[in-house]
Design a binder for this molecule. Sequence first.
Ligand code: PLP
Length: 380
Amino acid sequence: MPESKLPRVGTTIFTVMSRLAAETGAINLGQGFPDFDPPERLRELVARHLAAGHNQYAPMAGLPALCEAIAESGLSRHGWKVDSASEITITAGGTEAIFAAIHAIVHAGEEVILLDPSYDSYGPAAELAGARVKRVPLSLTDFGIDYGRLAEAITPRTRLLVVNTPLNPAGAVLTPADWERIADLVEPHSTFVLSDEVYESLVYDGRRHAGVLSNPRLRERAFAVFSFGKTYNATGWKVGYCIAAPALTAEFRKVHQFLTFAVSTPVQHAISDFMREAPEFPGELAPFYQARRDRFAALMAGSRFRLRPVAGTYFQLVDYSAIADLPDTQFCEELTRKHGVAAIPLSPFCDETPAARLIRFCFAKHDRTLEDAARKLCAV
Ligand SMILES: Cc1ncc(COP(=O)(O)O)c(C=O)c1O
Protein backbone atom coordinates (compact mmCIF):
# COMPACT_ATOMS: atom_id res chain seq x y z
CA MET A 1 0.00 0.00 0.00
CA PRO A 2 1.35 3.49 -0.79
CA GLU A 3 1.71 5.82 2.19
CA SER A 4 -1.61 7.66 2.41
CA LYS A 5 -1.64 11.43 1.99
CA LEU A 6 -4.82 11.50 4.08
CA PRO A 7 -4.31 8.70 6.60
CA ARG A 8 -7.16 9.84 8.84
CA VAL A 9 -9.75 10.07 6.09
CA GLY A 10 -12.16 7.16 5.61
CA THR A 11 -15.62 6.94 4.08
CA THR A 12 -17.62 10.05 5.02
CA ILE A 13 -20.26 9.72 7.70
CA PHE A 14 -22.87 10.84 5.15
CA THR A 15 -22.15 7.81 2.96
CA VAL A 16 -21.96 5.48 5.97
CA MET A 17 -25.33 6.57 7.36
CA SER A 18 -27.06 6.64 3.94
CA ARG A 19 -25.81 3.11 3.29
CA LEU A 20 -27.05 1.93 6.70
CA ALA A 21 -30.42 3.59 6.09
CA ALA A 22 -30.72 1.80 2.73
CA GLU A 23 -29.69 -1.57 4.21
CA THR A 24 -32.12 -1.35 7.12
CA GLY A 25 -34.98 0.39 5.28
CA ALA A 26 -34.78 3.32 7.72
CA ILE A 27 -36.12 6.80 6.92
CA ASN A 28 -33.07 8.81 5.87
CA LEU A 29 -32.96 12.17 7.67
CA GLY A 30 -29.18 11.90 7.60
CA GLN A 31 -27.52 13.08 4.40
CA GLY A 32 -28.32 16.71 3.55
CA PHE A 33 -30.25 16.63 0.32
CA PRO A 34 -33.82 17.78 -0.32
CA ASP A 35 -36.70 15.49 -1.23
CA PHE A 36 -37.86 18.22 -3.59
CA ASP A 37 -37.08 18.60 -7.28
CA PRO A 38 -35.59 21.69 -8.86
CA PRO A 39 -38.30 24.01 -10.26
CA GLU A 40 -40.03 22.50 -13.30
CA ARG A 41 -39.16 25.45 -15.52
CA LEU A 42 -35.47 25.11 -14.64
CA ARG A 43 -35.55 21.43 -15.58
CA GLU A 44 -37.26 22.35 -18.86
CA LEU A 45 -34.54 24.89 -19.57
CA VAL A 46 -31.79 22.30 -19.02
CA ALA A 47 -33.54 19.98 -21.50
CA ARG A 48 -33.95 22.84 -23.97
CA HIS A 49 -30.26 23.76 -23.82
CA LEU A 50 -29.21 20.13 -24.20
CA ALA A 51 -31.38 19.89 -27.31
CA ALA A 52 -30.10 23.23 -28.62
CA GLY A 53 -26.56 21.82 -28.74
CA HIS A 54 -25.03 23.54 -25.73
CA ASN A 55 -22.97 20.49 -24.95
CA GLN A 56 -19.32 21.42 -25.35
CA TYR A 57 -16.89 23.12 -22.95
CA ALA A 58 -18.11 26.28 -21.30
CA PRO A 59 -15.63 29.15 -20.84
CA MET A 60 -13.15 28.37 -18.05
CA ALA A 61 -14.41 31.08 -15.68
CA GLY A 62 -18.06 30.35 -16.40
CA LEU A 63 -20.67 31.44 -18.91
CA PRO A 64 -20.55 35.27 -19.01
CA ALA A 65 -24.38 35.47 -18.99
CA LEU A 66 -24.53 33.37 -15.81
CA CYS A 67 -21.79 35.42 -14.11
CA GLU A 68 -23.75 38.59 -15.00
CA ALA A 69 -26.97 37.10 -13.58
CA ILE A 70 -25.12 36.23 -10.35
CA ALA A 71 -23.73 39.78 -10.07
CA GLU A 72 -27.22 41.26 -10.64
CA SER A 73 -28.77 38.93 -8.08
CA GLY A 74 -26.04 39.70 -5.50
CA LEU A 75 -26.67 43.41 -5.95
CA SER A 76 -30.45 43.26 -5.75
CA ARG A 77 -30.68 40.71 -2.93
CA HIS A 78 -27.70 41.69 -0.78
CA GLY A 79 -26.37 45.01 -2.09
CA TRP A 80 -23.06 43.38 -3.12
CA LYS A 81 -21.16 45.18 -5.88
CA VAL A 82 -19.40 42.42 -7.81
CA ASP A 83 -17.71 42.58 -11.22
CA SER A 84 -19.00 39.62 -13.19
CA ALA A 85 -15.93 39.28 -15.41
CA SER A 86 -13.14 39.53 -12.84
CA GLU A 87 -14.69 38.40 -9.56
CA ILE A 88 -16.94 35.39 -10.27
CA THR A 89 -15.91 31.85 -11.19
CA ILE A 90 -18.41 29.05 -11.80
CA THR A 91 -17.32 25.80 -10.15
CA ALA A 92 -18.31 22.15 -9.79
CA GLY A 93 -20.41 22.84 -6.70
CA GLY A 94 -19.37 24.50 -3.48
CA THR A 95 -16.97 21.60 -2.90
CA GLU A 96 -14.73 22.50 -5.83
CA ALA A 97 -14.83 26.18 -4.88
CA ILE A 98 -13.67 25.37 -1.33
CA PHE A 99 -10.86 23.14 -2.58
CA ALA A 100 -9.72 25.63 -5.24
CA ALA A 101 -9.78 28.60 -2.85
CA ILE A 102 -7.69 26.75 -0.26
CA HIS A 103 -5.17 25.61 -2.85
CA ALA A 104 -5.03 29.05 -4.45
CA ILE A 105 -4.03 30.83 -1.25
CA VAL A 106 -2.39 28.40 1.20
CA HIS A 107 1.30 27.45 0.94
CA ALA A 108 2.77 24.32 2.50
CA GLY A 109 3.55 24.82 6.18
CA GLU A 110 1.07 27.67 6.70
CA GLU A 111 -1.80 27.46 9.16
CA VAL A 112 -5.47 27.15 8.36
CA ILE A 113 -8.01 27.71 11.14
CA LEU A 114 -11.30 25.81 11.10
CA LEU A 115 -14.17 26.53 13.48
CA ASP A 116 -15.60 23.22 14.74
CA PRO A 117 -18.11 21.79 14.03
CA SER A 118 -16.98 22.27 10.47
CA TYR A 119 -17.96 20.74 7.13
CA ASP A 120 -15.90 17.66 6.41
CA SER A 121 -14.14 18.79 3.21
CA TYR A 122 -12.24 21.75 4.73
CA GLY A 123 -9.67 19.76 6.72
CA PRO A 124 -8.58 17.32 3.99
CA ALA A 125 -8.44 20.12 1.38
CA ALA A 126 -6.13 22.12 3.68
CA GLU A 127 -3.99 19.07 4.50
CA LEU A 128 -3.52 18.28 0.81
CA ALA A 129 -2.25 21.85 0.40
CA GLY A 130 0.36 21.01 3.05
CA ALA A 131 -1.24 23.26 5.66
CA ARG A 132 -1.22 22.83 9.42
CA VAL A 133 -4.86 22.69 10.44
CA LYS A 134 -5.83 24.33 13.75
CA ARG A 135 -9.32 23.81 15.04
CA VAL A 136 -11.10 26.27 17.29
CA PRO A 137 -14.36 24.96 18.79
CA LEU A 138 -17.51 27.07 18.52
CA SER A 139 -19.57 27.50 21.68
CA LEU A 140 -21.69 24.39 22.21
CA THR A 141 -24.52 26.49 23.63
CA ASP A 142 -25.27 28.71 20.62
CA PHE A 143 -22.55 27.74 18.11
CA GLY A 144 -21.26 31.31 18.13
CA ILE A 145 -17.56 32.11 17.71
CA ASP A 146 -15.46 32.14 20.89
CA TYR A 147 -13.47 35.28 20.01
CA GLY A 148 -11.05 34.80 22.91
CA ARG A 149 -10.02 31.37 21.63
CA LEU A 150 -9.94 32.56 18.02
CA ALA A 151 -7.67 35.48 18.98
CA GLU A 152 -5.31 33.05 20.72
CA ALA A 153 -5.25 30.74 17.69
CA ILE A 154 -4.46 33.38 15.03
CA THR A 155 -0.74 33.99 14.51
CA PRO A 156 1.39 35.54 11.75
CA ARG A 157 1.55 31.99 10.29
CA THR A 158 -2.24 31.87 9.88
CA ARG A 159 -2.91 32.14 6.18
CA LEU A 160 -6.62 31.34 6.12
CA LEU A 161 -9.65 31.32 8.40
CA VAL A 162 -12.57 29.20 7.19
CA VAL A 163 -16.05 30.31 8.24
CA ASN A 164 -19.48 28.84 7.41
CA THR A 165 -22.73 30.82 7.65
CA PRO A 166 -25.48 29.59 7.84
CA LEU A 167 -23.67 26.78 9.64
CA ASN A 168 -23.98 23.13 8.74
CA PRO A 169 -24.73 21.23 11.04
CA ALA A 170 -25.93 23.64 13.74
CA GLY A 171 -28.02 26.18 11.78
CA ALA A 172 -26.36 29.18 13.45
CA VAL A 173 -25.80 32.39 11.45
CA LEU A 174 -23.22 35.16 11.70
CA THR A 175 -24.22 38.83 12.04
CA PRO A 176 -22.56 41.97 10.61
CA ALA A 177 -21.07 42.49 14.11
CA ASP A 178 -19.41 39.05 13.86
CA TRP A 179 -17.79 40.05 10.58
CA GLU A 180 -16.43 43.23 12.21
CA ARG A 181 -14.88 41.18 14.98
CA ILE A 182 -13.44 38.72 12.46
CA ALA A 183 -11.97 41.66 10.52
CA ASP A 184 -10.36 42.97 13.74
CA LEU A 185 -8.67 39.60 14.25
CA VAL A 186 -7.51 38.80 10.70
CA GLU A 187 -6.33 42.26 9.60
CA PRO A 188 -3.18 42.45 11.77
CA HIS A 189 -1.95 39.09 10.43
CA SER A 190 -2.95 39.53 6.78
CA THR A 191 -5.01 36.37 7.14
CA PHE A 192 -7.44 35.54 4.32
CA VAL A 193 -11.02 34.40 4.89
CA LEU A 194 -12.90 31.61 3.13
CA SER A 195 -16.60 32.03 3.79
CA ASP A 196 -18.77 29.05 2.92
CA GLU A 197 -22.22 30.52 2.26
CA VAL A 198 -23.84 27.66 0.36
CA TYR A 199 -26.97 28.00 2.53
CA GLU A 200 -27.29 31.78 1.98
CA SER A 201 -30.90 31.47 0.78
CA LEU A 202 -31.95 29.48 3.86
CA VAL A 203 -32.09 32.13 6.60
CA TYR A 204 -35.20 32.23 8.76
CA ASP A 205 -37.45 34.36 10.95
CA GLY A 206 -36.99 37.55 8.94
CA ARG A 207 -33.20 37.59 9.32
CA ARG A 208 -31.05 38.73 6.40
CA HIS A 209 -28.05 36.73 5.28
CA ALA A 210 -24.90 38.49 6.51
CA GLY A 211 -22.12 37.38 4.17
CA VAL A 212 -18.44 38.23 4.09
CA LEU A 213 -18.96 40.32 0.93
CA SER A 214 -21.00 42.82 2.95
CA ASN A 215 -17.98 43.74 5.03
CA PRO A 216 -15.79 46.30 3.19
CA ARG A 217 -12.78 45.56 5.43
CA LEU A 218 -12.80 41.91 4.34
CA ARG A 219 -13.67 42.39 0.67
CA GLU A 220 -10.06 42.29 -0.58
CA ARG A 221 -9.12 39.26 1.51
CA ALA A 222 -12.18 37.01 1.16
CA PHE A 223 -13.37 34.11 -0.96
CA ALA A 224 -17.14 33.59 -0.73
CA VAL A 225 -18.52 30.23 -1.85
CA PHE A 226 -22.08 29.45 -3.02
CA SER A 227 -23.97 26.45 -4.39
CA PHE A 228 -26.84 26.29 -6.88
CA GLY A 229 -27.41 22.78 -5.52
CA LYS A 230 -28.80 24.29 -2.33
CA THR A 231 -30.58 27.27 -3.89
CA TYR A 232 -32.40 25.29 -6.59
CA ASN A 233 -32.86 21.88 -4.88
CA ALA A 234 -30.38 20.47 -7.39
CA THR A 235 -27.55 18.99 -5.32
CA GLY A 236 -26.89 16.38 -8.02
CA TRP A 237 -26.02 18.98 -10.64
CA LYS A 238 -22.92 20.12 -8.75
CA VAL A 239 -22.78 23.71 -9.93
CA GLY A 240 -21.67 26.50 -7.63
CA TYR A 241 -19.48 29.59 -7.70
CA CYS A 242 -16.83 31.59 -5.92
CA ILE A 243 -16.81 35.37 -5.58
CA ALA A 244 -13.52 37.07 -4.70
CA ALA A 245 -11.68 40.31 -5.47
CA PRO A 246 -9.91 40.31 -8.89
CA ALA A 247 -6.42 39.51 -7.55
CA LEU A 248 -7.75 36.57 -5.54
CA THR A 249 -9.97 35.42 -8.41
CA ALA A 250 -6.93 35.37 -10.73
CA GLU A 251 -5.18 32.96 -8.32
CA PHE A 252 -8.39 30.97 -7.79
CA ARG A 253 -8.77 30.44 -11.54
CA LYS A 254 -5.22 29.10 -11.83
CA VAL A 255 -6.31 26.18 -9.66
CA HIS A 256 -9.82 25.87 -11.11
CA GLN A 257 -8.55 25.63 -14.68
CA PHE A 258 -6.49 22.55 -13.84
CA LEU A 259 -8.97 21.02 -11.44
CA THR A 260 -12.15 20.97 -13.54
CA PHE A 261 -11.44 23.68 -16.18
CA ALA A 262 -15.16 24.28 -16.75
CA VAL A 263 -18.50 22.95 -15.57
CA SER A 264 -21.74 21.75 -17.17
CA THR A 265 -22.58 23.98 -20.14
CA PRO A 266 -26.34 23.23 -20.48
CA VAL A 267 -26.88 23.65 -16.74
CA GLN A 268 -25.07 27.01 -16.76
CA HIS A 269 -27.24 28.22 -19.66
CA ALA A 270 -30.39 27.02 -17.92
CA ILE A 271 -29.58 28.61 -14.56
CA SER A 272 -28.66 31.87 -16.27
CA ASP A 273 -32.06 31.99 -18.03
CA PHE A 274 -33.92 30.93 -14.89
CA MET A 275 -32.26 33.55 -12.70
CA ARG A 276 -33.57 36.23 -15.08
CA GLU A 277 -37.02 34.66 -15.44
CA ALA A 278 -37.55 33.96 -11.74
CA PRO A 279 -35.39 36.33 -9.68
CA GLU A 280 -37.83 35.87 -6.80
CA PHE A 281 -37.10 32.14 -6.42
CA PRO A 282 -34.23 32.27 -3.87
CA GLY A 283 -36.33 34.62 -1.70
CA GLU A 284 -39.17 32.09 -1.65
CA LEU A 285 -36.97 29.26 -0.48
CA ALA A 286 -36.60 30.49 3.11
CA PRO A 287 -40.34 30.56 3.92
CA PHE A 288 -40.70 27.13 2.30
CA TYR A 289 -38.00 25.53 4.45
CA GLN A 290 -38.89 27.56 7.54
CA ALA A 291 -42.34 25.93 7.37
CA ARG A 292 -40.67 22.49 7.21
CA ARG A 293 -38.50 23.40 10.21
CA ASP A 294 -41.58 24.43 12.19
CA ARG A 295 -43.56 21.39 11.08
CA PHE A 296 -40.77 19.03 12.20
CA ALA A 297 -40.40 20.87 15.53
CA ALA A 298 -44.16 20.61 16.17
CA LEU A 299 -44.14 16.90 15.34
CA MET A 300 -41.18 16.34 17.68
CA ALA A 301 -42.74 18.25 20.58
CA GLY A 302 -43.83 15.01 22.28
CA SER A 303 -40.42 13.34 21.97
CA ARG A 304 -37.60 13.12 24.49
CA PHE A 305 -35.22 14.83 22.05
CA ARG A 306 -34.50 18.48 22.83
CA LEU A 307 -34.37 20.66 19.73
CA ARG A 308 -31.76 23.38 19.34
CA PRO A 309 -32.75 26.70 17.71
CA VAL A 310 -32.27 26.80 13.91
CA ALA A 311 -31.67 30.21 12.29
CA GLY A 312 -30.67 28.84 8.87
CA THR A 313 -29.86 25.70 6.75
CA TYR A 314 -32.17 22.69 6.50
CA PHE A 315 -30.70 20.94 9.52
CA GLN A 316 -32.06 20.45 13.01
CA LEU A 317 -29.65 19.57 15.83
CA VAL A 318 -31.23 17.63 18.66
CA ASP A 319 -29.94 16.74 22.11
CA TYR A 320 -30.53 13.08 23.02
CA SER A 321 -29.03 13.16 26.53
CA ALA A 322 -32.43 12.45 28.09
CA ILE A 323 -32.55 9.18 26.12
CA ALA A 324 -29.08 7.68 26.15
CA ASP A 325 -25.52 8.27 27.24
CA LEU A 326 -24.00 6.60 24.18
CA PRO A 327 -21.41 8.33 21.97
CA ASP A 328 -23.21 10.06 19.11
CA THR A 329 -22.07 7.76 16.28
CA GLN A 330 -23.17 4.69 18.22
CA PHE A 331 -26.46 6.38 19.09
CA CYS A 332 -27.10 7.14 15.38
CA GLU A 333 -26.43 3.52 14.47
CA GLU A 334 -28.86 2.31 17.13
CA LEU A 335 -31.45 4.86 16.10
CA THR A 336 -31.22 3.63 12.50
CA ARG A 337 -31.23 -0.08 13.28
CA LYS A 338 -33.72 -0.20 16.16
CA HIS A 339 -35.99 2.77 15.50
CA GLY A 340 -35.79 3.15 11.72
CA VAL A 341 -34.57 6.75 11.41
CA ALA A 342 -31.10 7.72 10.19
CA ALA A 343 -29.36 10.87 11.48
CA ILE A 344 -25.83 12.27 11.37
CA PRO A 345 -23.72 12.48 14.55
CA LEU A 346 -22.00 15.76 15.46
CA SER A 347 -18.57 14.32 16.28
CA PRO A 348 -17.36 13.78 12.65
CA PHE A 349 -17.63 17.58 12.24
CA CYS A 350 -15.22 18.09 15.17
CA ASP A 351 -11.65 17.18 15.99
CA GLU A 352 -12.32 16.79 19.71
CA THR A 353 -15.38 14.81 20.75
CA PRO A 354 -17.97 17.47 21.64
CA ALA A 355 -19.08 17.57 25.27
CA ALA A 356 -22.75 17.35 24.30
CA ARG A 357 -25.03 14.60 23.04
CA LEU A 358 -26.11 16.05 19.69
CA ILE A 359 -27.18 14.59 16.36
CA ARG A 360 -28.41 16.21 13.14
CA PHE A 361 -31.62 15.61 11.21
CA CYS A 362 -32.28 17.02 7.72
CA PHE A 363 -35.81 18.42 7.50
CA ALA A 364 -35.80 19.11 3.73
CA LYS A 365 -38.31 16.30 3.32
CA HIS A 366 -41.97 15.82 2.37
CA ASP A 367 -44.59 16.16 5.15
CA ARG A 368 -45.28 12.45 5.02
CA THR A 369 -41.61 11.58 5.56
CA LEU A 370 -41.30 14.03 8.46
CA GLU A 371 -44.51 12.68 10.01
CA ASP A 372 -43.41 9.04 9.73
CA ALA A 373 -39.95 9.86 11.11
CA ALA A 374 -41.32 11.92 13.99
CA ARG A 375 -43.77 9.15 14.95
CA LYS A 376 -40.83 6.77 15.28
CA LEU A 377 -38.70 9.34 17.10
CA CYS A 378 -41.48 10.10 19.60
CA ALA A 379 -41.48 6.42 20.52
CA VAL A 380 -37.75 6.43 21.35
C1 PLP B 1 -21.45 23.61 4.50
C2 PLP B 1 -21.38 23.02 3.15
N1 PLP B 1 -20.45 23.47 2.30
C3 PLP B 1 -20.32 22.97 1.06
C4 PLP B 1 -21.15 21.96 0.61
C5 PLP B 1 -20.95 21.40 -0.76
O1 PLP B 1 -21.76 21.99 -1.69
P1 PLP B 1 -21.93 21.34 -3.16
O2 PLP B 1 -22.87 20.19 -3.02
O3 PLP B 1 -22.44 22.45 -4.00
O4 PLP B 1 -20.57 20.89 -3.57
C6 PLP B 1 -22.14 21.45 1.46
C7 PLP B 1 -23.01 20.37 1.01
O5 PLP B 1 -23.72 19.74 1.77
C8 PLP B 1 -22.26 22.00 2.76
O6 PLP B 1 -23.17 21.54 3.62
